[in-house]
Design a protein around this ligand. Structure first.
Ligand code: G6P
Length: 459
């Protein structure tokens, strides 16, 4: 590679400065030639603001890198070396629908792995598969580094239905843990060995010291009275300590939506009835961030970006790319093909595990067996993911209801069907695979109950 070409789809995202900072920090090992930010017409204004900001960041650095902005994805993809994806189909209004409609019936709408996450997958998977088709034609040797949620389901869809092997699904949650925990114990990260396994937003980890001692329990004992590195978007609702002591694995922040389901639901309902759901709060933060990005004197990532749950994601994204480019073999936790790393899950499914990132891609580290309960969770969640992915590809309504019913955050009942139907109607514009069913529901007079969602429904 003669200077690297990076393409970022969803370039208008408020996270773009985070990505630029990560690339600037690593320029010596990842000599970038050009960066292309791609967005759609609806994201044009944001891309222009954040794109100028991105160029200012490079101009303030010692490196000569040009940031190109385009609405033409195919123009950008030509001869790309790495394609990163961070788009949100339907923008933040779609997330408001994902969160509010389930909550209006007392069901969690978590945007990455609850009912919201299922609908985000339905909207995202057809788009990512069309990006993969363009890549096959225009940059067949490129790596696709995906950050769009639900990152694990998106990765598996690309492997299974896109038949594209050079894909890596990213998440910043492990980065947060590996930043907070060494500090918690007064240790250095380089003196610790981490091992993660599970699914995206559903992984656990164990930690060992330099001498090989398992120090997981030490962290468990400390994490109840310190900042445990949980992302900013997740309510402070620690998992019952006896459960964690028993499993001898450190859960991720998103496990709270399962182990602490009733408590988390209370937090979410409080926001729903009060200051607004996370999507509504984030919309506010985003507006503030874009005001800052407009400042022609701002040429570095503003601190306010840390208010977002995805803080430090460039440490996963840019390090992954630098590590592939330079065959660095860095330990990075990613969604990738299982290949036996978690032996009780299908060999060809996507899992989120510790890997060594090499020029040949991620080399997963085997975890081995788990206790009955954790194994049960993983198998149920994986099957829920696979049913969701297949429903996204086929538009099978019965299968979609099965996925929702299987999801522990949702479960079965007439309310589940009602929530499903309202979500389908609310997301009509972005769910062409369900067009016939949506028409049937509309003809039957189904409408969205939540008033705030009604106010933002697409014409
Ligand atoms: C976490 C997750 C990301 C997610 C983000 C949401 O860090 O790992 O996958 O996108 O939080 O944060 P937000 O600020 O959008 O609620």
């Amino acid at each position: 590679m003669e200077g690297v070409k990076i393409v970022t789809i969803g370039g208008g995202s408020s996270y773009t400065p985070e990505l630029m900072e990560g690339f600037i920090k690593r320029y010596d090992e990842l000599p970038i030639r050009e960066i292309w930010l791609v967005d759609i017409e609806d994201g044009k204004e944001k891309m222009e603001i954040v794109g100028k900001m991105a160029q200012r960041m490079w101009d303030a650095s010692p490196y000569d890198v040009k940031v190109h902005l385009t609405l033409d994805r195919r123009e950008a993809l030509k001869d790309a070396d790495f394609v990163t994806t961070q788009f949100r189909v339907g923008l933040l209004n779609a997330r408001i629908k994902d969160e509010r409609i389930p909550l209006s019936y007392g069901i969690m709408g978590q945007e990455t792995n609850g009912a919201g996450g299922i609908f985000k997958a339905l909207r995202t998977i057809p788009v990512i598969l069309s990006i993969v088709e363009d890549m096959k034609e225009l940059c067949p040797n490129a790596w696709l580094v995906n950050f769009t949620n639900p990152s694990g389901m998106v990765t598996e869809a690309i492997l299974r239905y896109g038949k594209w092997e050079k894909v890596i699904g990213l998440c910043n949650v492990p980065v947060g843990a590996m930043m907070a925990e060494p500090e918690m114990l007064g240790m250095k990260l380089e003196d610790m060995n981490y091992k993660f396994a599970g699914l995206n937003h559903f992984h656990w980890h164990r930690v060992f010291d330099k001498a090989g001692n398992n120090i997981t329990q030490k962290i468990i004992d400390r994490m109840y009275d310190t900042d445990a590195g949980i992302p900013a978007n997740i309510a402070d609702c620690p998992i019952t300590k006896e459960i964690v002591d028993q499993m001898q694995m450190i859960p991720c922040g998103y496990h709270r939506y399962y182990y602490m389901q009733t408590d988390m639901l209370e937090h979410l309902l409080e926001d729903y009835n009060g200051k607004g759901t996370r999507a509504e709060q984030v919309k506010q933060t985003e507006a503030e961030l874009f005001e800052l990005y407009k400042d022609p004197n701002l040429d570095h990532k503003p601190e306010q970006l840390a208010k977002r749950g995805g803080a430090h994601y460039s440490d996963a994204a840019c390090e992954t790319i630098a590590s592939i480019y330079g065959d660095k073999k860095t330990h990075i936790v990613v969604s990738t093909r299982n290949n036996g790393a978690i032996p009780f899950l299908p060999v060809d499914c996507a899992v989120e595990v510790s890997t060594y990132m090499t020029s040949a891609g991620p080399m997963p580290i085997a975890w081995g067996d788990m206790d009955y309960a954790s194994k049960g969770w993983l198998q149920a969640m994986k099957n829920m993911e696979q049913a969701t992915i297949e429903a996204a590809v086929t538009g099978d309504y019965g299968l979609l209801l099965q996925a929702l019913t299987l999801n522990p955050q949702v479960s079965g009942g007439t309310t589940t069907k009602r929530v499903c139907d309202e979500l389908l109607i609310a997301h009509k514009k972005y769910l062409p695979q369900f067009a016939a069913k949506i028409a049937e529901l509309e003809a039957a007079g189904i409408t969205v109950k939540d008033e705030k969602v009604q106010a933002i429904l697409d014409k």
